[in-house]
Design a binder for this molecule. Structure first.
Ligand SMILES: Nc1ncnc2c1ncn2[C@@H]1O[C@H](COP(=O)(O)OP(=O)(O)OP(=O)(O)O)[C@@H](O)[C@H]1O
Ligand SMILES: N[C@@H](CCO)C(=O)O
Length: 327
């Protein structure tokens, strides 16, 4: 589930009155997602569209810093203006996009159609690769920067906070993480092109109709970092079974081809790709492990399995760029 903050429908109706978005017809909590509280709103429609409209109402919980919201809002405006299918933050009648509701920062967001796939096909992975390449192209010229808090220094900090509790997840995991961090410290590339990246383009953040991408959502980890690292994150999320036990080379080749068609990879990016994938696998292993250790087993939110990313890390440790990118 992901409704941490419950808002009575009457309060949502009062909130909506600030916008030219019509009156509330229904408000449903959205089960998917783990970070924020999301509601799907149906309204009677705005003054220039009386057909009824849908919106997403998001209340920001622990991991999104209110000070970062203007970066995300401006980025989505920039990408949307350049043809990317991303949701816009909606301004109220006074031009404000950021509000507060039930004690939380809150925004009204454009609703995009489409569903997120759970078992992507190669054709869908190709479309996701193209959408990521188009995003990177459209991001050129976006002047703002946001540091990646989950960069290599952030992984060290997370590993230190987890400490020996990692061994409760799997015996030996603390040592494995320590060794991997040391390896990445010695091999992490320092001279690859940087860009604004999505940094969390999992299948649940890509809305699709058939083989077509209809929306990219959930930009709350977007930041400035190594551009090809974004492809590595996407690769780790799209090219394995959920438990990390099975690898799908056809999806990986399609993802890489889609990205190359829309944007392209330099030789240096290709050469560094296995290292970037190891970093991506460790990043999600650590955030999942931290949540696993710090979320009670009976909490309402579903904990994601850290070992699914340990299996991916095992795979990436022995793979080369040609195997990972299908060429
Ligand atoms: N703009 C949108 N248009 C349509 N549906 C949306 C939109 N934004 C969010 N959703 C729906 O809400 C769900 C949760 O959204 P989102 O992924 O942003 O939440 P989250 O809590 O940040 O999750 P996580 O970080 O775990 O992916 C999505 O899976 C999707 O079903
Ligand atoms: N995509 C992340 C969770 C939210 O960012 C994961 O699957 O671990």
């Amino acid at each position: 589930m992901a409704v941490y903050t419950h808002v009575p429908a009457e309060d949502i109706d009062v909130f909506l009155a600030r916008y030219d978005a019509g009156r509330l017809v229904s408000a449903k909590g959205i089960a998917e997602g783990v970070e924020n509280s999301n509601y799907l709103l149906e309204t009677t429609g705005s003054s220039d569209n009386d057909e009824g409209q849908r919106f997403i109402l998001t209340l920001y919980e622990k991991r999104v810093d209110e000070e970062d919201l203007p970066f995300f809002m401006d980025l989505l405006d920039h990408l949307g203006a350049r043809g990317c299918r991303v949701p816009r933050f909606i301004a109220d009648r006074e031009g404000r996009r950021l509000q507060h509701l039930a004690g939380r920062p809150a925004c009204l967001i454009e609703f995009l159609t489409g569903i997120s796939v759970t078992e992507p096909t190669a054709a869908q992975a190709h479309a996701a690769g193209m959408a990521l390449g188009e995003l990177h192209k459209a991001a050129q010229g976006f002047a703002q920067q946001r540091p990646n808090r989950l960069d290599k220094a952030g992984w060290h900090a997370l590993a230190a906070r987890c400490g020996s509790d990692l061994d409760q997840i799997e015996p030996g995991l603390a040592g494995r993480v320590r060794d991997e961090l040391a390896w990445l410290d010695a091999h992490w590339p320092s001279d690859l092109p940087q860009s604004v990246i999505h940094a969390d383009l999992f299948p649940d953040n890509v809305l699709m109709l058939g083989d077509h991408v209809t929306g990219l959502i959930d930009f709350y980890f977007s930041c400035t970092d190594i551009r090809a690292y974004d492809l590595a994150v996407t690769h780790s999320a799209w090219c394995f079974s959920n438990d990390g036990a099975s690898w799908f080379g056809d999806r990986a080749a399609a993802l890489g081809n889609g990205y190359s068609e829309a944007h392209g990879l330099t030789q240096a990016e290709r050469d560094a790709f296995p290292t970037l994938c190891r970093g991506a696998a460790l990043r999600f292993l650590l955030t999942r492990a931290y949540d696993w250790i710090n979320t009670p087993a009976d909490a309402l939110v579903t904990r994601k399995d850290p070992t699914a990313y340990l299996r991916r890390l095992d795979f990436y440790t022995h793979a080369d760029a040609a195997e990972l990118l299908g060429a």
